[in-house]
Design a protein around this ligand. Structure first.
Ligand code: AMP
Length: 398
């Protein structure tokens, strides 16, 4: 069974066609600058040359048509007909409190995604456009919505409720949802098996450290807490996001500089994190590390603060679960940054964590990186959100 996985951003569309009989990628690619001049498709069929095409893509509908043409092209295509695609799995950012699970798309589901535009203003409209474009291009082929928020829906109330008047939950569903849910679901589930933990009781902390970052605590693969909140702004220090902050800072800056809340929130989302803390060096952790190595003090502070916050969350989540069996690192920094993993683990010796330097000297492959006598297993486990979405799709329509 072949499943097409789509991840639509406001001006981009990433896709993968996966053969679910052996979970192999048949082709993948990206449409960039949708709705902007200079739209471009990059199509990478497995085992064949990469194909690039510049063509107008005023909306996601044209982008999907170009993807379909590329997939069926006699030269760089991988299928003969769209009927070979059994289903389409869509990454949808926000499912609000309506969705506790992935779901097959129908008119009601589309309306529910629309109802969450306020909660995911950049992503949800694009996600819906992707779904509608597929309905047009492949009528009758089932679409499945896999929400970034559903993993967090198993959190208990004490973890997801904000300590604000209850009326805001009743009126607007204001609560902590958590994001990167597909990644946390995939990695926590895989780590249970990889580390031979009890499938019902295994306690796992997943550190998804990329440009965006979040940590989750799960027992038997069910989320009990996660660091992002109503929006992805809460939690860790990220590439450009501040993470946890006293909300009074917003009021203070508004009053001092005559700015409005939206403007300051934009600053907290796009100009803060290690980018802001380093005095504007970069949002990319490699640049921050290079600047620190060259003696840039603020870059060093930004990196120290990033690691410090991760260490604090791991401590908090170990307490929340009354223990931890495995700690997993994933995403760009988690999978590749040997030094940062080591520095985080050095602060976990109180848990009996012992990192093995030789095992830790690895990038991008699933591996236990703790010593045999470590009380907690530490693993590097590459995330694969596309495969997680494809598996959910097969589970629902296969
Ligand atoms: P992601 O959002 O998961 O794609 O992760 C992107 C982040 O991973 C960027 O900040 C990169 O600098 C970081 N990253 C990728 N490779 C490395 C590496 N070898 N060392 C440190 N950070 C890395």
């Amino acid at each position: 069974m072949k499943v097409l996985v789509l991840n639509c951003g406001s001006s981009s569309l990433k896709y993968q066609l996966i053969d679910m009989d052996n979970e192999s990628v048949i082709a993948k690619g990206l449409c960039e600058r949708i709705g902007i001049e200079g739209s471009k498709l990059t199509h990478k069929p497995t085992g064949k040359d990469t194909f690039k095409k510049e063509a107008p893509m005023p909306t996601h509908t044209e982008a999907i048509k170009l993807v379909m043409d590329a997939l069926m092209d006699p030269e760089h295509g991988v299928i003969k007909d769209t009927s070979e695609i059994s289903a389409i799995g869509h990454r949808v950012l926000h499912g609000g409190s309506k969705f506790t699970e992935s779901t097959v798309v129908d008119e009601k589901v589309k309306q529910a995604i629309r109802d969450c535009f306020d909660l995911g203003p950049l992503h949800n409209p694009a996600n819906l456009m992707g779904i509608e474009a597929c309905e047009e291009a492949m009528p009758g082929t089932p679409n499945v919505a896999v929400f970034d928020t559903t993993f967090g829906m198993s959190m208990p109330e004490k973890a997801y409720m904000y300590a604000i008047p209850h009326e805001y939950y009743d009126k607007y569903s204001i609560r902590r949802y958590g994001f990167h849910g597909t990644s946390h679901m995939f990695v926590s589930g895989e780590v249970l098996k990889f580390c031979h933990l009890d499938p019902e009781k295994g306690k796992v902390i997943v550190c998804h450290l990329g440009n965006g970052g979040s940590i989750s605590a799960s027992i038997g693969g069910k989320c009990v807490d996660t660091s992002m909140g109503l929006t992805p702004l809460e939690g860790l220090i990220m590439g450009t996001r501040s993470g946890d902050i006293d909300p009074a800072v917003v009021q203070f800056i508004c009053n001092k500089e005559g700015r409005d809340v939206n403007d300051v929130l934009n600053m907290l989302n796009k100009k803060s994190g290690v980018l802001g803390m380093s005095g504007g060096v970069s949002s990319d952790f490699r640049d921050i590390e290079a600047a620190r190595a060259e003696g840039n003090r603020l870059a060093g502070v930004a990196l120290d603060a990033f690691i410090y916050r991760v260490v604090k969350y791991i401590g908090a989540y170990t307490a929340a679960m009354n223990g931890v069996d495995a700690i997993a690192f994933t995403a760009g920094v988690g999978e590749n940054d040997i030094k940062t993993r080591k520095r985080i683990c050095e602060n976990l010796s109180y848990l009996g964590v012992k990192i093995d330097d030789e095992r830790n000297n690895v990038r991008g492959e699933a591996r236990v990186i703790s010593a045999d006598d470590s009380k907690v297993q530490v693993v590097l486990y590459p995330t694969n959100e596309e495969l997680a979405i494809a598996r959910e799709t097969v589970r629902l329509v296969g």
